[in-house]
Design a protein around this ligand. Structure first.
Ligand SMILES: Cc1ncc(COP(=O)(O)O)c(C=O)c1O
Length: 395
């Protein structure tokens, strides 16, 4: 390995959400989707070069920014993007929100496959729309309930399907055939697709990410993609994201929404980091994915040997592990709180991602040095011992 992901980094006391939001000492934070790894060297150098100038006025986004995006998606994902298809903004959540604003009217319904990334709920509500959940079904991993999906698309108030690919939480990388089927059903009922592809570089060995817009002319024309190198290259704090929309009429409306929402100016560091990530850090991301797979193997072995009653769901993409805790007979919120209070491990309760479809699950972020993950798992293992012997109430 060229890069050292085992290196511990002290982030506590650096105004970091993951470590400082609840500043108790000795908590191992395995919650928010943020990695405890130093960025690729090319990104670090680009930021240092920019910082050394010492002037941080308004930022012009250069041609090199668009070239880096076009080239990356073309060579890595065989997706042809034109410069004019790209609109930049300050984050993927703001991107999704602008797309929703441009593509819905208040009172309309937005379909999601649940459990789903929690900010989807707020973005839909903030745009005056109603959330329509189509719960995923479990069949050796998550699958779409096609009959339910079609029924919800057929609802005359449904105008947008908000997809997450790879899926957070649950770790699915949707296959080409599944995506095509989603689009066919959507188009049958005049439903447009917004595809949040922020996790697209975080792919486990043996799997492939399929960009929604690269499937067919029909998909290309019916969708809007929201993307950023932020999640994969650990630069979310630099607040830079892109909306890629091949449909010129839709793109015009989204551009207007970006301006109405006043999220159209990037900071001086974001474009530098994006260019360094896409042009110079491909070997880093490949090694990172291997390291995450190593962490996943450690985690699976741990649960199989020490907590076999908890079931780890298969992971195809992302670094967010979805664990089925239903055998414990306690709620996700209760277990999460006990893990925090007693094991001193901070994980996310499944109910954040849908009060119904997420109940009975927890989400564990394993993007950290292996030793830290193992320490967290050890602590969880000890709590389990107490769970069986203490007066912990099974509902
Ligand atoms: C699916 C998904 N979209 C968007 C985001 C956040 O994007 P941003 O920080 O660029 O707004 C996350 C963060 O975890 C995510 O999982």
């Amino acid at each position: 390995m060229k890069y050292n992901f085992d290196d511990p980094i002290c982030r506590r006391g650096t105004n970091c959400v993951k470590w400082d939001e609840r500043p108790e000492e000795d908590i191992i934070p395995l919650w928010v989707a943020d990695m405890d790894f130093r960025v690729a060297p090319a990104i670090q150098q680009a930021i240092e070069r920019r910082a050394a100038q010492g002037v941080f006025g308004y930022t012009h986004v250069p041609e090199a920014y668009y070239d880096a995006i076009v080239s990356w998606f073309n060579r890595r994902h065989q997706w042809t993007i034109k410069r004019e298809d790209i609109l930049y903004t300050i984050g993927v959540v703001p991107a999704v929100s602008c797309a929703l604003k441009a593509m819905t009217l208040p009172g309309e319904k937005v379909l999601v496959l649940s459990p789903i990334y929690n900010c989807f709920f707020s973005s839909i509500r903030n745009n005056g729309c109603e959330i329509l959940e189509s719960p995923l079904v479990e069949d050796k991993g998550w699958k779409v309930d096609w009959a339910d999906f079609e029924l919800k698309c057929a609802d005359e108030k449904t105008t947008v399907f908000l997809l997450c690919n790879p899926h957070n939480p649950g770790g699915r990388l949707w296959k080409r055939e599944e995506l095509e089927r989603m689009n066919d059903i959507c188009m049958k009922y005049g439903v447009r697709v917004i595809s949040d592809e922020i996790h697209c570089e975080l792919v486990m060995p043996g799997y492939r990410f399929q960009p929604f817009a690269a499937i067919s002319e029909a998909c290309r024309d019916n969708c809007v993609v929201c993307n950023s190198p932020s999640k994969s290259f650990n630069i979310a704090g630099l607040q830079t994201a892109n909306i890629i929309c091949h449909n010129a009429i839709l793109r015009r409306r989204i551009n207007r929404a970006i301006n109405i929402n006043e999220v159209c100016d990037l900071n001086p560091f974001g474009p530098e980091a994006l260019i360094a990530a896409y042009n110079e850090s491909e070997d880093w991301i490949d090694e990172l994915c291997q390291y995450i797979k190593g962490n996943f193997d450690v985690l699976c072995t741990f649960f199989a040997e020490r907590l076999p009653q908890l079931k780890v769901m298969p992971l195809e993409g992302t670094y967010l592990v979805w664990v089925d805790i239903r055998a414990l007979g306690i709620s996700s919120d209760e277990l999460t709180e006990r893990l925090y209070q007693e094991a001193k491990v901070w994980v996310s309760s499944g109910t954040i991602y849908s009060p119904t479809a997420g109940e009975g699950f927890i989400r564990i972020n394993m993007a950290c040095p292996r030793a830290m993950l193992m320490e967290g798992l050890e602590r969880i293992g000890k709590l389990n011992f107490k769970l069986q012997t203490s007066n912990f109430k099974i509902k």
